[in-house]
Design a binder for this molecule. Structure first.
Ligand SMILES: [Mg+2]
Length: 425
């Protein structure tokens, strides 16, 4: 095969919108539509590498600037991709500069959006699954957790759509019911509760109900920085009782506060909010603020960056798992391919996947069974686009009117005086 046939001839970015249930969090409630972007990178011989990223306007602008500059590149030349991205996003084009302490989420996200399709193409060209391109698997599959949310029964001002069939979850008994269904359907072996919605004592009552209904299941709670340090200190004995928690995720909202909490927390602290870039690692280590980093290839810079992060975590004795937003199967496939390559991935990863009914990949949704998912078989990511679904989901994007996620605005439809300011408790 000559190099010219595998050169990139086009890159396309298609914003999509898909239904999202009214899931509650510290910022408010999910809107009826979640936004993503689907990235296609095409070679001269007609192969298409796939990626998935955010669907907000800033991300779309960055991706639109980068896409035409990829024409002519070799999908194996990830340094060339990095140079293009650094030249167009962020304020320092030097790809070897020390990572800025304030982080570089926009640039790392733009890089990741195209790195995954490049790697998908590498796998297709080599006729190898993507995890082999990444160095091979250390496990056959990735474990995911049951991701529980407090939720309303239905969205406000949303005529024409049936309510989702999960129903309301505002009480401990309803949470247990939600967990039961999720575990019965997917076989999950650990449970995460998205918190920061109600006063902490009420949420701990929910955790206790889950503990009673699912003895032996690791539990986590994630208030998304919704608690003050003082509140966290006050309720820590309740959280620590009977080994209730496997880890405590983002109780407070800054790295310094996490460092304070770490000094009195008997359990590991996890984050996807305060340590979200390589530039944050030095201070995180200095403060010993975080014991588990919830990686996310979408904003850490891609699948190889996720592997680098895992190595850094090994270096400093920090655990690693994975964070998730509302997403489609391309993201889940990418998470799973990289997840099987990480020797120190020691926790079940988060995924919103059970909350999404729709899918953009051919063959429909990937099947999580017994709480685990193996990388889809076949070369590269192992998934292809359902073009009719892509067109339909793109039409949703054009029609839905949402261009930037705003959970607080949506929450004010239910509760007009809602204030998302943190700490809430
Ligand atoms: Mg989180």
């Amino acid at each position: 095969m000559s190099l010219s046939t595998t050169r990139i001839v086009a890159a396309r970015v298609t914003p999509i919108a898909f239904r999202d249930p009214p899931l509650l969090n510290v910022a408010g409630v999910h809107e009826p539509w979640a936004l993503r972007s689907i990235i296609e990178v095409e070679t001269a011989d007609g192969r298409v590498g796939l990626g998935e990223s955010y669907g907000n306007l800033e991300t779309l602008e960055h991706l639109a600037k980068i896409a035409p500059q990829l024409v002519g590149l070799d999908p194996f030349d990830l340094n060339a991709l990095t140079r293009v991205v650094y030249g167009l996003v962020g304020n320092n084009p030097d790809t070897g500069a020390t990572f800025a302490p304030e982080g570089d989420k926009a640039r790392a996200s733009a890089l990741a959006a195209f790195e995954v399709p490049f790697l998908d193409l590498q796998g297709q060209i080599l006729d190898r699954p993507l995890y082999q391109v990444l160095g091979g698997a250390v496990r056959p599959h990735v474990a995911y957790s049951a991701y529980l949310f407090y939720k309303f029964a239905q969205h406000k001002e949303d005529p024409g759509y049936p309510t989702d069939d999960w129903g309301e979850a505002l009480t401990p008994a309803q949470l247990v019911q939600q967990a039961r269904r999720m575990i019965d359907s997917y076989g999950f072996g650990s449970i995460k509760l998205k918190a920061g919605v109600f006063p902490p004592e009420e949420e701990i009552a929910g955790l206790k109900a889950l503990r009673a209904a699912f003895p032996g299941y690791p539990l986590r709670i994630d208030p998304n920085g919704g608690w003050s340090v003082a509140t966290t200190r006050r309720i820590m004995p309740l959280l620590a009782a009977e080994g209730l928690l496997e880890y405590l995720e983002d109780p407070v909202s800054t790295l310094e506060e996490m460092g304070e909490v770490a000094q009195f927390s008997p359990m590991p602290l996890a984050t996807n909010m305060v340590t979200v870039a390589f530039g944050h690692i030095p201070k995180t280590v200095q403060l010993d603020a975080v014991q588990v980093i919830l990686s996310d290839h979408h904003y850490w810079g891609g699948l190889r960056a996720t592997q680098h992060l895992a190595t850094l975590c090994r270096t400093f004795g920090i655990g690693i798992s994975m964070h998730s937003n509302s997403h489609m199967g391309i993201s889940l496939a990418a998470m799973t391919h990289v997840g099987v390559t990480l020797p120190n991935l020691s926790y079940a990863c988060d995924t919103h996947y059970p909350w999404q009914e729709d899918e953009v990949i051919a063959g429909g949704k990937l099947s999580i069974r017994n709480g685990v998912l193996a990388p889809p078989p076949g070369p590269g990511l192992g998934v292809t686009l359902d073009r009719q679904a892509l067109a339909r989901l793109h039409q949703n994007y054009l029609d839905c009117g949402i261009r930037k996620r705003d959970d607080a605005k949506e929450m004010r439809k239910h509760q007009p005086d809602f204030n998302p300011q943190c700490p809430r408790f």
